[in-house]
Write a protein that binds this ligand. Structure first.
Ligand SMILES: Nc1ncnc2c1ncn2[C@@H]1O[C@H](COP(=O)(O)OP(=O)(O)OP(=O)(O)O)[C@@H](O)[C@H]1O
Ligand SMILES: [Mg+2]
Length: 301
């Protein structure tokens, strides 16, 4: 979309949301999305109460609607009950043209390169608190990979030269799932990585992007945050975070939790990462290979 089309898109949704009662659009810039049909805009408005900033999240393409509707349900049904800070939903609309959420602009991107171990652990504490929740009305289980996806992943790992190392694991995917299932079911964020966290002016974490919220066992969220952070060159302190997480979730920090966490990391790395690793430059790719070796080692003990 060029700048004129973007402006027209924002103006269209602003009107549908009744935004003219809130103020006048002054500026809009794209934060994310575009090609796939979804878009996230930071918009500036002026009104009687002065200038304001909002985030407008639009899913017009049919394939994106289910995720957008899930995020909207989260903000409507659950946001007030979860023990983490989330942006306020100002207005929303489900329309034949798409689903649109208007959120308060809630903070800035975090700066993990400056974090102490205690700051990372604080994040894990918040995750542990979230995972104490099991809302009964929220029953969507996590999506399991299809046989075809597992086959594709196997082939890519082969092309990356890890056939022998991984052969025993492909036979035992069920045991990885079983280790994860040792933990109780809980509400998961579902797409928990640093890009879906903000920090507000009071330096609190603000949790955004709830399109993948689902039920699960918990360590799947930790696994994604750790691996994406590591891929990007950060060194999240896994042990300190797991201890903080266990305490906040009121789970014993025992072998069962440790195995479930290794299983979650292995499943993620084996099945979800191959397409990214196939094109990733070193040292990013090397870091993930190193992680794979360490996880396989941990799984054996
Ligand atoms: N409420 C908000 N306040 C401030 N910034 C926000 C807010 N919501 C989203 N953003 C910014 O916009 C970006 C994209 O938003 P979000 O993650 O919700 O959408 P997305 O469709 O998942 O996009 P992406 O695929 O890039 O993650 C975020 O990474 C963040 O920088
Ligand atoms: Mg996001």
């Amino acid at each position: 979309m060029n700048a004129t089309d973007q402006w027209a898109d924002v103006a269209h949704w602003w009107l549908l949301l009744g935004g003219d009662r809130r103020g006048e659009l002054v500026d809009a810039r794209t934060l994310a999305g575009g090609a796939s049909g979804s878009a996230v805009y930071l918009i500036e408005t002026s009104g009687e109460a002065g200038p304001k900033e909002y985030v407008l999240k639009v899913a017009s393409h049919q394939t994106l609607r289910a995720r957008a509707n899930r995020e909207l349900s989260f903000y409507r049904d659950l946001a007030h009950h979860v023990p983490v800070v989330v942006p306020k939903l100002v207005a929303a609309i489900e329309h034949s043209d798409g689903t649109c959420l208007l959120l308060e602009s809630a903070g800035a991107a975090p700066t993990p390169e400056h974090w102490t171990s205690a700051r990372w652990a604080q994040l894990a504490t918040e995750l542990g608190r979230l995972h104490t929740q099991t809302p009964t009305q929220w029953t969507r289980p996590p999506r399991q990979p299809t046989a075809e996806e597992v086959e594709d992943a196997t082939r890519t790992w082969e092309s990356l030269g890890h056939t022998q190392l991984l052969a025993p694991l492909w036979e035992k995917l069920d045991t990885l799932y079983a280790a994860l299932s040792d933990l109780p079911t809980c509400l998961r964020h579902g797409d928990w990585h640093l890009g879906n966290l903000l920090t507000d002016p009071a330096d609190r974490f603000v949790w955004i992007d709830w399109q993948e919220v689902c039920l699960g066992h918990g360590p799947e969220d930790l696994a994604l945050l750790w691996q994406r952070a590591e891929f990007d060159g950060h060194t999240p302190p896994r042990d300190a975070m797991l201890a903080a997480y266990a305490e906040a979730r009121r789970l014993p920090a025992d072998k069962s939790l440790h195995r479930a966490t290794v299983a979650a990391e292995l499943l993620l790395l084996l099945i979800a990462w191959p397409p990214y690793l196939a094109h990733a430059p070193d040292p990013r790719r090397a870091r993930m290979f190193h992680r794979l070796e360490r996880l396989i080692d941990a799984w054996k003990h």
